[in-house]
Design a protein around this ligand. Structure first.
Ligand SMILES: Cc1ncc(COP(=O)(O)O)c(C=O)c1O
Length: 396
């Protein structure tokens, strides 16, 4: 059998590879603290369960309109109105099987072979692979290692006549960076000046700390409305990753095209999941705030424990549930005879020697770093960082 070039060139997800190794070790009875997961460790809100159960009991188990149940679109619109003061018509909203599917559809509707899409590393690697699946050209620009913020000058310089879109992820996975308003405004204006579409992935938008409110780029530059597709969903904010429910809000023309594409792929997202999302959006806002407060306490604990390890270089994240740590000072050293030449070897060695699961920065096109997810208990954070400290202390 011949597989397509498109699929042969796919790079497997390194996040999953490390998480799988950590799980295998745990299954063998080894003591593993895993900081690898990219999902909340909370249960989904009770309201989401109630709505899902009621939907099943009422027989809401059939196809729905492709872009989503009207009440779900209404709930998404009400959410954007309440949280961002942005008005969207149901015609400008699509729901689908996770933010991931909507990102894929957006790229499918915007990218012709050879078209360029600008990304800022560290970057969630699915963006890169999805662009290539449509034979587009990902153009990856590095952000600064001090703050993980893009440079507007480099962004504008990278735009060519083939550039069709730029992908923003704010708050960012894996750095936890939250873009300051002035930067967001400048990036949006540059994109608008060159008529690029901004794919604005804001799946971590509710999980911000220290900053009381992260403004939306369309509040800052309202005239960019026809150039912006917002991608969001219930996975991260509402701890509902398994329900697979995301939403996109943007120009009617693009949303219509995405809906048409989705009609040939999955049709609607699961009807039961749509009802669960209605429950979450309409009635579980309080749950999000409770989880956010817990994440903030964990973020603070991570900062305290990392600061206590001499010489560790890390960035204080303001959003999402990740900390991105610079391990370049440790490369070239060895642990118990194991030479650590790169971030992948570092992650393999610390997992083997100390039972600490981390994700290498190269999984985000930013080698020399490791990602900690603090979507785990405070006890695990304390124990895991103590082991991390012992490990780096033992490097020779
Ligand atoms: C930056 C980013 N965007 C999108 C997603 C996908 O979210 P969903 O579960 O809604 O598909 C993730 C999940 O890890 C993510 O980290």
């Amino acid at each position: 059998m011949k597989l397509s070039n498109r699929v042969v060139r796919l790079v497997p997800s390194a996040t999953n590879a490390m998480a799988t190794k950590a799980k295998e070790m745990r299954a063998r009875g080894e003591s593993v603290i895993s900081f690898t997961t990219g999902e909340p460790d909370f249960d989904s809100p009770g309201k989401a369960f109630n709505f899902a159960v009621q939907a099943m009991e009422k027989g809401e188990t059939h196809y729905t309109p492709t872009g989503g149940i009207p009440r779900l679109k209404k709930a998404v619109a009400a959410y954007y109105q309440k949280h961002f003061n942005l008005s969207y018509d149901p015609k400008e909203i699509i729901t689908g099987t996770g933010a991931k599917q909507l990102l894929f559809e957006a790229l499918g509707c915007l990218v012709d072979p050879g078209d360029e899409v600008i990304l800022f590393a560290p970057v969630w690697v699915s963006y890169f692979e999805q662009i290539r699946m449509f034979d587009g050209m990902p153009v990856v620009l590095n952000t600064g290692p001090r703050d993980f913020l893009p440079s507007p000058e480099e962004f504008e310089t990278a735009i060519t006549e083939r550039t069709v879109a730029v992908m923003l992820n704010n708050p960012n996975n894996p750095s936890g960076a939250v873009y300051p308003s002035s930067l967001l405004k400048t990036l949006t204006k540059i994109a608008l000046r060159h008529n690029l579409v901004i794919i604005n992935d804001e799946v971590y938008e509710r999980l911000v700390y220290g900053v009381s409110y992260a403004p939306h780029l369309l509040e800052l530059v309202p005239e960019a409305r026809e150039n912006v597709l917002n991608i969001n969903g219930v996975s991260k904010s509402y701890a509902m990753t398994g329900w697979r429910l995301g939403y996109g809000l943007g120009p009617e023309k693009l949303v219509k095209a995405m809906t048409s594409m989705q009609g040939h792929v999955t049709s609607n997202a699961s009807s039961v999941s749509q009802w669960a999302a209605i429950g979450a959006l309409e009635e579980a806002d309080g749950d999000v705030e409770i989880m956010r407060t817990v994440y903030e306490a964990r973020r603070n604990l991570m900062m305290e424990k990392l600061s206590a390890i001499p010489g560790v270089d890390f960035y204080r994240p303001e959003g999402a549930f990740y900390v991105f740590v610079n391990i370049k000072p440790y490369l070239g050293k060895s642990y118990g005879g194991l030479l650590l030449d790169d971030d992948v070897q570092f992650c393999e060695a610390i997992l083997k020697e100390k039972g600490v699961g981390l994700v290498p920065g190269s999984a985000f096109m930013y080698p020399g770093y490791v990602r900690f997810s603090y979507s785990c208990s405070e006890a695990d954070i304390t124990e895991g960082l103590s082991r991390f400290g012992d490990f780096v202390h033992g490097l020779r």
